[in-house]
Each structure stands twice: as C-alpha cells, then as structure tokens.
Ligand binder design. Sequence first.
Ligand SMILES: Nc1ncnc2c1ncn2[C@@H]1O[C@H](COP(=O)(O)OP(=O)(O)O)[C@@H](O)[C@H]1O
Ligand SMILES: [Mg+2]
Length: 360
Amino acid sequence: MNAKLPGGVDRRRQPESLLAGLDLLALGVVVLDADGNVVFINQAAEQLFDLSSRALVGQSFARLFANGGVIDALVEEACNNAFGQKRQELVLERTARGPLSLNSTAVVLESPLGALLLEFREIDLRLRHEREDRFLDSAQANREIVRNLAHEIKNPLGGIRGAAQLLESELDAPWLHEYTQVIIKEADRLQALVDRLLEPHRHARTVADVNVHEVCERVRSVVAAEYPHALVIERDYDASLPALRGDKEQLIQVVLNLVRNAAQALHGQGRILLRTRIARQVTIAKKRHKLALDLHVIDNGPGIPDGIRDRIFFPLISGREGGSGLGLSLAQSFVHQHGGIIECESRPGRTDFRILLPFQ
Ligand SMILES: Nc1ncnc2c1ncn2[C@@H]1O[C@H](COP(=O)(O)OP(=O)(O)O)[C@@H](O)[C@H]1O
Ligand SMILES: [Mg+2]
C-alpha cells in the first residue's frame, strides 16, 4: 500500500498505523490520552479485558473497572510528570466479571500519540496462589510465635506481681512503696498487652447465620458516634447478599478495626465507604468457592505510611502515636479463621481494605 496519502500526509505517521505493530505482542497494551480515554488497545489487551477495540476507543478506560481510580491516578501522575515509568501489581475489578490480577508498567508518552502507555500481563494464577499460601503460612507461623511468647511472659508475670505485693506489705518505710508500685503497675501493663496478644485464641467461636449488613451498620453507628463532626460514612451495599456462616462478634471486631483505623487516619475528617458485593468463583487458600462476600472499607485519608506498608498485618506494627499495632493482626486472624483473606491497597487519598469471605 502506498504510504503517502494525497496531500502529502504520511500514513505511517497516523497513530493507528504507528501502533498497529503492537498487535503482534502477547503483552496487553493500552494507550490513553491526557483525559484517560483510550486511544489504542492492542489485541492482547482486548482479550485480557474481553472487550473490543471498537467499543473502547474514545471511552474512559478507568470507567471499565469498579476500582478505576487507580487508572485515573496513573493518568494524573503521568500528566504531572510524577514518574517516567512505573511498575506495579494491579488488581482491576471488571464490573461484570471477577477481579483481574495484573503486572503493569505505565510509561509516560511524550508524544502526540497519547499521554500514557500501559502494559499489562496477567499474573500467573498458580504463582498468585502460591504467594497467597506462603502468606497464609507465614501469618500462621507468626501467630504461633506471638502466642507462645505471650504465654511464656504471662506465666511468670503473676509471680512477679504477687512477690512485689508481699514485699510491699513487709516494707516499713513507705517511700520504698514507690518501687514496689512501679513493679506492680508495669506488671499490670504487660499483663494487659499479653491479654490482647492472646485475644484471638481466647474465645470459642460461635458460628451462626450472620447478616453482613447488620455487622456493617453496627460498626457504622459505633464509629459515627465516636467521630460525630466531620466524618462521613457512606454505604454501598448489595442487598442481595445471602447470610454468611460465621461468628458475628468476631466479624464486628474485624470491620470495626478497619473502620476505626480509617477514621483515625482521617483524624475524624473525611469519607469512609463501606461496600459489599458478591464475588463469584474465587480461590482462597487453594479452595475454590462459588460465592464469596467481597467487602471493602475505603477511605480518602493520607494512606498507609510507606515504612510499614508491607508489615501492617503483623502484630505490634503501628504507624500511629499511641497505637498498639494489634488491630489489623487481630482482624487478619479472625478473617483467616473464617476461611477468608484480607488485603490492602493504599496510596495517598485512597486506602482500600478488602475482605473476601466465602459463603459456605
Ligand atoms: N485506613 C488507614 N489509613 C492509613 N493508615 C492505616 C489505615 N489502617 C491502618 N493504617 C496503619 O496501619 C497501622 C496498624 O494498624 P493496627 O494494626 O490497627 O494498629 P494501631 O491502629 O493500633 O496502630 C496503623 O497504625 C496505621 O499506621
Ligand atoms: Mg487500629
């Protein structure tokens, strides 16, 4: 075909033909303009997202996903030259289908072709499951270490406290009581910490049918009462959810810990969204479930501090003045006991905690 069109326009310089070679790649490629609209999508990406190029070109790419905010953010950062190239793992939630786990690379294009080029490769499911299993194993091992350690501390504590009390009663000089009181108070403080570390293992679970929205509503009213002024807690519930088999008090504790963390990160000022959906055909810890609850707690706060992002579910990790670092670890224990998983995606302006719990 003649590359020159009438009027001297070089056809090879037309965006479509310049990008057409990308159809040969196995890698999904999407080019967006500065408004986040699709300029080009290659065949591998059409297959990945199960949509045709014709339906997509000119449309907002972010709108295809329930969590399209991550795409909007990339476009905005690209337009502000916040990065040249950015690699990350993304989970994009297609509205009609399940979530898609992807390795992505975003490349800023300084070209009339578009503002941003996105490459996508689906994360191998097997790899993802192996990683999840490793994560569950290490969470389990961590919990056992903490539990054993807590017991080892708890046993001698009673003795130390008792001995200090005896000693106090034998001491004639009252000013010496100051020292025994230090021992007693510190022993009590340690006792309280150890009790909280042992909390997930203390109570027998009571399993019954639980209405998830009752759980959410209870938490909402508790936290709304704690932050009555400038905190907005929005709800986006899927009314068709079936009942969940589980321990209602534990589930309240899980959601409460998440919502309270969000409220604290917001300093009581901002928005929290509680969203429930049904997820279909999910695999959690190698088991496939037809239906699962997909619960999100999303806030528009500052995001998880960088230094602790990878460790927030570990016990005693806190980014907060006066925090115990036990809230998320407890939430994770309870979610695992229900056969589910909890994960988090966070950046400044949007933190999204997601819980997947199988409906038995
Ligand atoms: N929604 C959130 N936004 C920002 N940071 C958060 C959020 N949720 C948790 N974090 C961070 O994770 C840390 C651990 O949370 P958690 O285990 O509940 O312990 P604590 O609340 O006692 O610090 C918090 O201190 C905070 O730094
Ligand atoms: Mg907390």
